[in-house]
Design a protein around this ligand. Structure first.
Ligand code: HEM
Length: 326
């Protein structure tokens, strides 16, 4: 079974209604994600990554749907991060079944937009509590995983994707999905549910890659030679599509709009780059983008904050310890 990504723990809390799933504790989520490993100062998930920089070149086609300024014709710079799943900042690149892209845009003095995307188009489960059950099963081993998926048919689309996914030979050749849906909000206040994907403009076979840092070395050399480009494609929901359920893809027939191109022009090792100090919280949104009620989004936001809090504290202590030693 090619699964893996999220090692999270959810804790039942008091005050729940009869049918509501137990609430998530961000602390327990992150406790499980970091496990017994101690990689102080690093993210508790997606710990291994590389900073990227570049700009979004908007074509203006989404401006009628969202008043976010970056969708008007023109360019907006970003700081980003390419990463692999897991809590180990030195893990072998090619062992990870999930690859990721995160972006941070500054739209104005008061507006930022943080996006964190993964290669699967859907999640296996629709709420944080069931995610907990899934991770417990993964930790218990293959028999428990098999039983979990038998008991959770909502995982079928994810399993179908995982069964056919072929990792490419480059971060530049993957498709990165929002998975969770958001609303575009236009100048008249009209909102429309969407998902998006960063679609590659090159294909790269997974050959001639060697070493633990194969993907980082490949993307560093590729970007140094030529900018790496993705099309930023939005899929618009129809009224019958459920924007709060990340396990279900919407039909292929849904309208798609390319808003422009994401152009990567620089890479920097994460400890030397701007991305290390960013929390790519998916609920940090500008005017013109709004969150859906998808409960996974809330769990993500809380867990990213807890992971950020821990790593920032460790970095501070590390810096203070370093200065005391001088
Ligand atoms: C309940 C579900 C999830 C939880 C609890 C969770 C938890 C986390 C945590 C704790 C981090 C580290 C944050 C930091 O220290 O900055 C992280 C990073 C990340 N997550 Fe999730 N995650 C979840 C679902 C997802 C989903 C659905 C996606 C994709 C759409 C995703 C994409 C990412 C990416 C790309 C990063 C790395 C961002 C970066 O480069 O800093 N996660 N996640």
């Amino acid at each position: 079974m090619k699964y893996f990504y999220f090692a999270l723990l959810l804790a039942p809390t008091a005050g729940l209604t009869a049918n509501a799933p137990p609430q998530v504790s961000a602390q327990r989520f992150v406790d499980l994600q970091q496990g017994s490993a101690n990689f102080a100062g690093f993210r508790r998930a997606h710990a291994k990554g590389i900073c990227v920089s570049g700009e979004f070149r908007a074509n203006g086609k989404l401006a009628d749907y969202s008043k976010a300024s970056l969708f008007r014709n023109g360019t907006t710079p970003f700081t980003g991060r390419l990463s692999i799943a897991g809590n180990n900042p030195t893990a072998p690149d090619l062992k990870s079944p999930v690859r990721s892209l995160a972006l941070s845009f500054t739209l104005s003095r008061t507006e930022q937009w943080r996006l964190a995307m993964n290669t699967p188009p859907v999640m296996a489960v629709a709420d944080p509590h069931t995610f907990y059950q899934q991770i417990k099963a993964i930790q218990a081993g293959p028999a428990a995983v098999k039983q979990f998926f038998t008991e959770h048919p909502e995982s079928n689309e994810f399993l179908a994707w995982a069964g056919q996914y072929q990792p490419t030979g480059s971060f530049a050749a993957e498709t990165y999905h929002s998975i969770n849906a958001f609303y575009l909000v236009n100048a008249n206040g009209k909102q429309h549910a969407v998902r998006w994907a960063m679609q590659p403009t090159v294909s790269v076979a997974a050959t001639d890659l060697h070493g633990d840092d194969a993907l980082q070395q490949e993307i560093t050399a590729r970007v140094a030679a030529k900018p790496v480009v993705f099309d930023w494609v939005f899929t618009l929901a129809e009224p019958m599509d459920d924007e709060n359920n990340p396990t279900k893809a919407w039909p292929d027939s849904r309208q798609q709009i390319s808003a422009g191109q994401i152009v990567l022009t620089g890479t920097t090792a994460q400890l030397e780059g701007d991305c290390h100090a960013i929390n790519f919280d998916p609920l940090l949104l500008p005017s013109g983008i709004a969150a859906t009620a998808d409960p996974i989004l809330r769990a993500r936001s809380a867990a990213y904050a807890e992971s950020y809090r821990r790593r920032a504290k460790e970095q501070l202590h590390g810096a203070l310890a370093g200065s005391n030693n001088e």
